[in-house]
Design a protein around this ligand. Sequence first.
Ligand code: HAM
Length: 431
Amino acid sequence: MAITTRPRGTNDILPAKIGIWHKIEDTIRRICHQFGYEEIRTPIFEHTELFERGIGEATDIVEKEMYTFTDRGQRSITLRPEGTAPVVRAFLENKLYGGTLPAKVYYVGPMFRYERPQAGRYRQFNQFGIEALGGADPALDVEMILIPIEVYKAVGLKDFEVQINSIGCPSCRTAYREALKDSLRENIHKFCPSCQSRFDKNPLRILDCKVKECIELTKDVPVLVDYLCTDCSEHFSKVKEYLDALNINYSLNNRLVRGFDYYTRTVFEIISVGLGSQNAVGGGGRYDGLIEEVGGQPHPAVGFAAGLERLVLALENQNMEVADQRTPDCYIAQFGGQTKTEAVKLAYELRQAGLWAEFDYMEKSLRAQMKAADKFGAKFVIVIGEEEIASNQVKVRSMVTGQEELVSLGDIKEYLIGHGGEKDGSMEANS
Ligand code: HAM
């Protein structure tokens, strides 16, 4: 019988590749803490209405990409396609606005979008996101760019590029929308069907179309930054001033509008140069109207999210070794019977001390166990036989130097630690 395969657009992250995920996640936590961001965990599913109100009903995500179902209580539920609207909901529901503002949070976890799968685009993917709620300072917009830059640099990503734009506030955007439509009207029949339907609903998204003809047709349209009101223009100037003061390389992309209705003012994306068509490793922007849209008092806010699968792909493209490089501190070989019981006991004792100990579960011969130790890359092999138990002394062989030493059973823990065993995460220390 054929096996049941995983759903299209999902991935198994196997143990052989988990090392890079741990490294990325550890780096995210460390850098977020340095910038004063605390972790928040929201549910994986929310009421559908949250995303309809938050992301916007005329967006691709809400129109065609959400995993929405009716639960047994007849409620419409949606697997979260992104993390910003849920964080805003949590900010309001838990009255985080009553604490220190801005509330600075980060999250790491799976998101779900019914998209056409391809390299770098999946139906379940992981995002790392940061949000600063209740702050209008352009220095926060800049932090949203600095944090991912620090994370990308720390994990070794090369060749990425920051693109920024300002899409203003609803008042400057109204004037721009009209100017844009005026310039497109005459030729709108020449655009792709999606752009034609965007013309009335969401004309700014036409600037984001990837179809070659549409790009060509929008080459000379008015640009949004020329329509910014004084406040939005000053805000954008400050963002650029801070980025310049920090020597951050960025380019201005006046076609960058992003795919959510909630954005105001600064929007930005980080592009990994070698990734092909799905090359945005992250994106974000300010969303000063969203908290009110979701039912709260108005609070300005800004955020960013990065796709972790795309980051891993970009690192693999650079030929970075993504496998876990750690190896066991020791492999305990034995002859079966009572010696196996001793091995089980010793392994538990060493593991409690924070060491990584391996032994055989498959009734292998001593020779096969030695081979297994080698395959594991164990730093030491300990051989336990009847004689060793009787004398309470075991042979410890360094797999690096080949040197053997007799060590008493009770001293093995100290011996391994003294010889470079990694005593991290000790269960004793945690208990
Ligand atoms: P987004 O641009 O939709 O923004 O997603 C952010 C990142 O998630 C993308 O740049 C990409 O790396 C990754 N991503 C998106 N869709 C997929 C997919 N189908 N497969 C793999 N990776 C994907 C947001 O989600 C906003 N919530 C960001 C934000 C936070 N804005 C303000 N705060």
